[in-house]
Design a protein around this ligand. Structure first.
Ligand SMILES: NC(=O)C1=CN([C@@H]2O[C@H](COP(=O)(O)OP(=O)(O)OC[C@H]3O[C@@H](n4cnc5c(N)ncnc54)[C@H](OP(=O)(O)O)[C@@H]3O)[C@@H](O)[C@H]2O)C=CC1
Ligand SMILES: O=C(CO)COP(=O)(O)O
Length: 323
């Protein structure tokens, strides 16, 4: 049985109402469903806990959207491969994570399994709780197929959600993914009450680090200065609504990671992302001093105080230099 939702709507900015499948009925999938319903689209929401049929959910839809946590992306995409997806419909990925088995991004996983479909990344400063309250927000939809990005732009754009297109899916995706590691560091910074100067220094140097990794992996520098990079970093590093920020804050208060994650009760992608990122950084020889300290902290190799000391005592160098 499928579940179709059409909530209160206003005149849609999209040309015509579409039928969308949203996979993942967690915080983000539900908020995206609300935004699409607001624009008059029909939404079929699927998740394991709803217990509905994946096959019926995706039957004859116009757009497929995945808002599944990283740990479920590969298995769900493989399950979908055995079903019949409508030809060439856009697949939108809204997951912010890295696959621990392959170290690839969600869009790379989807693109490999569904080469005939345009893949669109949706990412931005989008705390679901604020969006569910109807507060204004903006996001980016990025694809190598600009027509597909424009379709997704029209699906979600409204007077409460401004949607920009981009032709840099990798940069857009990595901005949203890598900032989760930095949000953990920002939570530590605030949890230790290190002050505003320290926080600004941390975020500024973190942006440099994100750009270094992100461009190495194929993203464009300017994308990281946009909504999906700096924008999302500012949101998650400054809000206790961010689960990744709360992980860092809790660790700084002396809680164990297990304790913090139990209290959280939902997805904090930054924990897995840090582990995968460090694997990539070692493999590709990319310096990642801040993420490296977050890794040691999450893996109980260092205390929050020692992590701060280690960052302060690094070799002196110019602010900008070629790696
Ligand atoms: N919440 C937010 O503000 C935002 C979140 N995101 C990103 O969206 C993604 C989902 O986050 P969010 O909705 O908040 O997380 P939640 O923990 O609220 O929901 C996770 C969703 O993923 C599904 N899921 C988890 N594991 C599996 C699996 N093995 N197989 C199939 N489905 C699985 C869950 O299904 P079930 O309930 O059946 O277990 C649930 O629908 C994350 O990557 C996050 O970074 C992006 C922007 C904003
Ligand atoms: O990505 C997000 C906001 O843009 C959500 O952040 P958290 O996953 O840290 O809650």
């Amino acid at each position: 049985m499928t579940q179709d939702f059409t909530l209160m709507s206003h005149p849609p900015l999209s040309d015509q109402p579409l039928t969308l499948a949203i996979l993942g009925a967690g915080a983000w999938g539900s908020a995206l469903a609300q935004l699409a319903c607001y624009n008059g689209h029909t939404v079929r929401l699927w998740s394991r806990h709803l217990g509905n049929s994946l096959e019926e959910t995706v039957n004859s839809v116009d757009v497929l959207i995945s808002a599944i946590s990283m740990r479920g992306v590969a298995t769900t995409a493989q399950q979908l491969q055995t079903l019949k997806l409508p030809d060439q419909i856009p697949i939108v990925t809204a997951t912010k994570g890295l696959d621990p088995d392959s170290t690839r991004t969600p869009s790379q996983l989807w693109g490999t399994l569904f080469p005939q479909h345009p893949i669109v990344v949706l990412s931005g400063p989008n705390l679901s709780a604020e969006i569910q309250q109807g507060l204004p927000a903006a996001t980016v939809v990025a694809s190598e197929n600009l027509e597909a990005a424009k379709i997704v732009q029209r699906v979600f754009a409204s007077n409460r959600f401004r949607v920009y297109t981009s032709s840099d899916p990798m940069g857009t995706e990595l901005g949203g993914t890598l900032k989760n590691v930095i949000a953990i560091a920002a939570g530590v910074c605030d949890g230790l009450h290190l002050g505003t100067n320290a926080k600004s220094a941390l975020l500024t140097r973190a942006l440099t680090e994100i750009i270094r990794i992100g461009t190495h992996l194929g993203g464009q520098t300017e994308t990281f200065f946009g909504l999906s990079g700096l924008g999302d970093m500012l949101t998650t590093c400054n809000s206790s609504l961010s689960r990744n920020y709360r992980v860092g804050y809790g660790l700084a208060e002396g809680k164990t990671l297990e304790q913090v994650l139990t209290e959280l009760g939902s997805t904090a992608e930054g924990v897995n992302t840090t582990n995968v990122l460090i694997e990539i950084a070692h493999r590709e020889r990319i310096p990642v001093p801040i993420s490296g300290q977050v890794y040691q902290l999450l893996n109980q190799q260092i205390t929050p105080q020692k992590a701060v000391e280690a960052l302060m005592e690094r070799d002196l160098k110019p602010e900008f230099y070629a790696e």
